[in-house]
Design a binder for this molecule. Structure first.
Ligand code: HEM
Length: 120
């Protein structure tokens, strides 16, 4: 395994842990409305690690690292929905305002992105 493969695979690990933070955080507070910190940090991590993975994959460009542009575009849009909902939700929570359904939007959209990642 080349050094770049190692970096790539470690980014996949961080990508999976970020997913665990968002989805696990959502499940943990499922009956509440508070967007807790792990959800926000996980949502940020998904964007950063996801974009880095795409960058490295397009640089390596062998049979193990292909980039499906349409799939990535869809994942990017959904990840932005997760992030915006999490950021607005946590900011409102800090101010003691109602967070509406932002928690469920963030958690639900993250699950949709897992489905896109695995089933597409
Ligand atoms: C909430 C946001 C996200 C979630 C929950 C998520 C979830 C996942 C999961 C579960 C996998 C593993 C799939 C598998 O190994 O079969 C994966 C892989 C991947 N994701 Fe995401 N993702 C998110 C956002 C993004 C974004 C924004 C990008 C890029 C712009 C991205 C790019 C990728 C890439 C390139 C892989 C392939 C890694 C590999 O080579 O196995 N993801 N994602």
């Amino acid at each position: 395994m080349s050094a770049m493969d190692l970096v790539y695979n470690l980014l996949v690990v961080l990508h999976l842990l970020g997913m665990a933070a968002v989805v696990g955080g959502w499940i943990a507070v499922r009956n509440g409305r508070t967007v807790i910190a792990p959800i926000v940090w996980g949502a940020r991590a998904q964007l950063v690690t996801g974009l880095a993975l795409v960058g490295i994959a397009s640089a390596i460009k062998d049979d193990d690292h292909t980039v499906d542009t349409t799939k990535i575009a869809v994942k990017l849009v959904i990840a932005l929905v997760v992030l915006v909902a999490a950021e607005i939700g946590t900011a409102r929570g800090r101010r003691g305002q109602d967070t509406g359904n932002l928690l469920d939007v963030a958690g639900g959209a993250a699950v949709v992105n897992v489905l896109v990642a695995v089933l597409w």
